[in-house]
Write a protein that binds this ligand. Structure first.
Ligand code: ADP
Ligand code: ZN
Length: 186
């Protein structure tokens, strides 16, 4: 991490991993520190994700930070003009347009911190996270604990037979699994 912040230069940070790996916790930690430093912080999450709160990003460990729920990438753009630091949670739900937005914001000198699932329920790369990993400057991959064997978990097991890529849910529908214990859907 660049602690010697050059105010002219922006960059992209990506926090990725499976569900329950601490992506939101880590995002909240970084954004809180920016707020303590009195930087202007804007925090977004997709409207689709209303599991725990409409106006906060909330971690599975019940930490939270006020956020703006948005439907489109354009809404993030409009609400980011004044911000120095921009946090985006559940970034996998924003689609490919998010890549150009993050690039534009970083080019304008902003610090952009994006958290999202790198793999979908089949264990396949979940765009736009792979692309953001390529264009971003700082990458953090978080791991959870495998609910079958206790090893570090990199995958999210869907426990239902639903075949839609986007099914919003919690511990009733998803659990963290390691490579060995993950069973891709047939
Ligand atoms: P993510 O944003 O990656 O889904 P969160 O930051 O919301 O992760 O939640 C991380 C927290 O989830 C952990 O600190 C822990 O309290 C809890 N948790 C629940 N299940 C697991 C698991 N299988 N492995 C690790 N942490 C878990
Ligand atoms: Zn396992």
């Amino acid at each position: 991490m660049n602690i010697f912040r050059d105010r002219e230069t922006g960059w992209i940070e990506v926090i990725c991993g499976p569900m329950y790996s601490g992506k939101t916790e880590e995002l909240i930690r970084r954004l809180r520190r920016a707020q303590i430093a009195r930087q202007k912080v804007a925090i977004f999450k997709p409207k689709i994700d209303t599991r725990y709160s409409d106006d906060h990003i909330v971690s599975h460990s019940e930490q939270q930070l006020p956020s703006v729920s948005v439907e489109t990438v354009d809404e993030i753009r409009r609400h980011s003009a004044e911000a120095e630091v921009i946090g985006i949670d559940e970034a996998q739900f924003f689609g490919m347009e998010l890549i150009q937005l993050c690039q534009n914001l970083a080019d304008k000198g902003k610090r952009v911190i994006v958290a999202g699932l790198d793999l979908d329920y089949r264990g396949e790369p979940f765009e736009p996270i792979p692309q953001l990993l390529a264009v971003g400057e700082y990458i953090t991959k978080t791991l959870a604990i495998c609910m079958v064997c206790g090893n570090p978990a990199s995958r999210t097991q869907r426990l239902t037979k639903d075949a839609a890529r986007v099914v919003v849910g919690g511990q009733d529908i998803y659990e963290a699994r390691c490579r060995k214990c993950f069973v891709p859907p047939v």
